[in-house]
Write a protein that binds this ligand. Structure first.
Ligand code: NAD
Length: 249
């Protein structure tokens, strides 16, 4: 029960890494609010948690909307009385090189992956301050640390999340609010399914990963649990890389 009594809001918590984090945090004693665009999957994940004896609810939200963030945070506070943990996990990919990236794609990826993280933090921080502190966990990527031959907007958005995290950590340390980023490597999830199904891409990604396998959503959820728990009470502004050694090379 590593997060017993805590209340966590997880954006993009319907499936993939966010879904695994929702299940793990609930199993370790947190009440979880799943915020996502995907209503059926989000409700299903919440029901599975409740069926296993956990506390969970679903809120339909688009992370690019300030009003939706307000509603989701209000829902968490109304249902569970406070907010201790925000997992800014919702994200979309954009696998186009610089010249192939349209302005529309750039704006969309930046809106979901970067603005969404900013809005979540902006609206959660005052509520966490009221509760005496909290933990904001921003899901970046190894692609916020290193470049690749397959993206432009995605790298820019995840790099933004990395450095935004450090500034927010400094600004709110005095309020007992910790802010950290998580940098997953190559993970099998609904986002990467069609990409990782291509044998040459799968083989290249596994070959680039010293531990020799794809990551699982649960590998990333374990890091999120650590940052959500009081075990990380002296950790803020840091980058937790969970990538099988990919960026150690
Ligand atoms: P996923 O597509 O399986 O899950 C993302 C979730 O976010 C989905 O449920 C989706 O509906 C939701 N979402 C997307 N846009 C939204 C919006 N505007 N408002 C609310 N919800 C929205 O992907 P995943 O692989 O689980 O990715 C989770 C996070 O991890 C993302 O930020 C992603 O960039 C990051 N990440 C993933 C990998 C990987 O290999 N899978 C690697 C590094 C980082």
């Amino acid at each position: 029960m590593r997060v017993a009594g805590k209340v966590a809001l997880i954006s993009g918590g319907a499936r993939g890494i966010g879904g695994a984090a929702a299940r793990l945090l609930a199993r370790e004693g947190a009440a979880v609010v799943i915020g996502d665009l995907l209503e059926d999957e989000g409700r299903e994940t919440a029901s599975q948690i409740i069926d296993s004896g956990g506390r969970a609810m679903f809120v339909a939200m688009d992370v690019t909307s300030e009003d939706d963030w307000r509603r989701a945070i209000d829902a968490a506070v109304s249902a569970y009385g406070k907010l201790d943990v925000l997992v800014n996990n919702a994200g979309i990919s954009g696998r186009f090189i610089v010249e192939e990236t349209s302005v529309e794609l750039w704006d969309r990826v930046m809106a979901v992956n970067a603005k969404g993280v900013f809005l979540g933090a902006k609206l959660a921080i005052p509520v966490m301050r009221q509760a005496g502190g909290g933990s904001v966990i921003n899901i970046s990527s190894i692609y916020g640390l290193v470049g690749s031959d397959s993206g432009a907007s995605y790298h820019a958005s995840k790099g933004a999340v990395r450095i935004f995290t450090k500034s927010a950590a400094i600004q709110y340390a005095k309020d007992g609010i910790r802010v950290n980023s998580v940098h997953p490597g190559f993970v099998d999830s609904p986002m990467t399914e069609s990409y990782h199904e291509q044998p040459e891409i799968r083989e290249a990604r596994v070959a680039a990963t010293p531990l020799g396998r794809m990551g699982l959503p649960e590998d990333i959820a374990s890091g999120i649990l650590y940052l959500a728990s009081d075990e990380s009470s002296f950790v803020t502004g840091s980058e937790l890389v969970i990538d099988g050694g990919m960026t150690a090379q």
